[in-house]
Ligand binder design. Structure first.
Ligand code: NAP
Length: 498
């Protein structure tokens, strides 16, 4: 798309699972007057951005696709990143919506015009106004760089795991990896295959359980393709198996004892040295941080040319990382696998609702808080996919996204039928929703497990995860509950829907 339209009914931000799914469903619902803006040059979101070696999904493949677009071509039970990206590209192409996508288009600022009852969105390619603004910008899209003394003066190659520089040849190099989260444990074994030496800087040991990954047989793949019901059975069985994990996170952390044993066994199997085993053994309850899966991480740490460093980093010099004990370890390539801005999303600074207040201003005191993780008081006609408290530790975000998409579509349908020009969740409804969430949060392992994690914000509140089953989330969002909303009629006689 060369030039942007000046006005659309629905403006969608982001072309990952959320934005793409939203576009397809809007189209199917006959809401064809939409525009999707995407800051990058392709669809895929996080699955386009994260191309580090070893990148793969830790949610089973069968759950990691849209319900309306099954993928019989998954090669394995846990999909590698290139397959997920290829899947999203194919779905985008075949759905016929790409003509309404503007790539390399960045949302610079969005302001709600209370008089016009429309969003005015400034992008790097011009201004667009829209009745609804639907953000699918993702919870894990903005890399968080570590604040380490001297890091900006590092003279070697430095990049974040989500911005992998494939031009840098790691063969024979001294590589330092900062962080031991989901990304790090996937990339470290791959880096160790080629690098001359690898230092892995661990601040907190993660729990890593075995990855029960396997190739699908030819017969399975034939059945997935020609007898779709078979794939549906796989998907349903995987879904309910995953739902059964919920009580261990939200209610009785002791139920996770078998998972803890599996993690300890994984360490024992992968690492012969008792001292190293001890250093990688977590000292908090399993599930408090995201449970990771890998068969190759511990064996990689046990290799002779890989060192696990647990002393805190004091500073980075032009060519080395220096720990607090004064040891200086030379580095050619510094990989920061330090995660993302999750509890203060950068897009929140750019979205301004009633009275010109931005989401980040509104959330400065309370932390992220919305209604049903989707709409926010003070921000009429704004919908956020993967919003506050919609994240998961046990199952597929695609399920959550589809639940939200259905809710947004129902809201839009209700606006069309009832000629509402603006809808906005009532303050009391939003507060009640969040009080209930935070009450439930108190007994979860994320609050009681004795760790600090990216799930919690600066106030110690968990504003990222959903503390109930995904099934419950879906039922709570199954219809647009107008009773929880303030609605405004159109000031002009324009209809909401196209
Ligand atoms: P992450 O889980 O937030 O891990 C960041 C790591 O960096 C942690 O080990 C953290 O230590 C460390 N760290 C942060 N700042 C540091 C500092 N200043 N000095 C030293 N260490 C520092 O990030 P991620 O691995 O990129 O994963 C983020 C999320 O992305 C995951 O939780 C998951 O939801 C998603 N993800 C999913 C997959 C998948 O397979 N589906 C793959 C990759 C990522 P502390 O633990 O001490 O904070």
């Amino acid at each position: 798309m060369q030039t942007l339209p000046t006005a659309v009914t629905h403006l969608v931000v982001g072309a990952g699972f959320a934005g793409l799914g939203m576009a397809i469903r809007l189209d199917e619902a006959g809401e064809t007057d939409f525009l999707v803006i995407e800051k990058d040059s392709d669809v895929g979101g996080t699955w386009r951005a994260n191309t580090y070696p070893g990148a793969a999904c830790d949610v089973p493949s069968q759950l990691y696709s849209f319900s309306f677009a099954p993928n019989p071509d998954w090669s394995r039970s846990f999909s590698p990143q290139p397959e997920i990206h290829a899947y999203l590209r194919r779905v985008a192409r075949e759905s016929g919506v790409l003509d309404r996508f503007a790539f390399d288009t960045v949302l610079e600022e969005a302001r709600y015009d209370e008089q016009a009852q429309r969003w005015v969105v400034r992008t790097n390619h011009g201004e667009v106004t829209a009745t609804t603004l639907i953000s699918g910008s993702g919870g894990l899209s903005e890399p968080r760089l570590p604040e380490i003394d001297g890091i900006e003066g590092f003279q070697g190659e430095l990049f974040h795991s989500a911005r992998w520089d494939h031009d840098v040849d790691l063969t024979g190099k001294r590589v330092a990896v900062i962080g031991t989260g989901a990304s790090s444990i996937q990339l470290v074994p791959e880096v160790a295959k080629v690098a001359g030496h690898v230092d892995v800087y661990q601040r907190t040991a993660p729990y890593v359980i075995p990855r029960n990954d396997r190739r699908y047989t030819r017969l399975e793949r034939l059945l997935f393709r020609h007898v779709p019901a078979v794939q549906k059975v796989y998907r349903t069985a995987t879904y309910w198996a995953r739902e059964s994990y919920v009580p261990a996170f939200t209610w009785k952390p002791r139920l996770a004892t078998p998972a803890r044993r599996a993690a300890l066994l994984n360490i024992a199997r992968g690492i012969p040295d008792p001292a190293l085993r001890e250093r990688v053994t977590p000292d908090y309850a399993i599930g408090c941080k995201r449970i990771l899966i890998s068969n190759s991480y511990y064996p990689a740490l046990a290799r002779d040319h890989v060192d696990l460093v647990t002393d805190r980093i004091a500073k980075v010099t032009g060519d080395a990382v220096v720990t607090v004990d004064g040891v200086e370890r030379p580095v050619d390539v510094l990989v920061v696998a330090t995660g993302f801005h999750t509890t203060e999303q950068p897009i929140a600074e750019r979205i301004h609702g009633r009275g010109g207040r931005s989401l980040s201003q509104v959330w400065a005191d309370t932390g992220m808080a919305s209604y049903k993780g989707t709409t926010t008081h003070g921000f009429p006609n704004l919908f956020q996919l993967v919003g506050a408290n919609t994240g998961l530790g046990h199952s597929s975000m695609v399920f959550m996204i589809e639940s939200q998409i259905a809710y947004v579509l129902d809201a839009i349908a209700s606006m069309g039928v009832n000629r509402y020009a603006a809808i906005e969740p009532r303050r009391d409804a939003q507060d009640a929703w969040n009080r209930d969430l935070q009450r439930r949060m108190q007994r979860t392992v994320w609050s009681t497990g004795g760790c600090s994690s990216w799930y919690l914000d600066d106030h110690g509140r968990n504003t990222t995860l959903w503390p109930r089953t995904t099934y419950t989330f879906r039922s709570l969002l199954s219809r647009f509950d107008v009773d929880a909303y303030d609605v405004e009629a159109a000031r002009s006689d324009e209809r909401i829907s196209s």
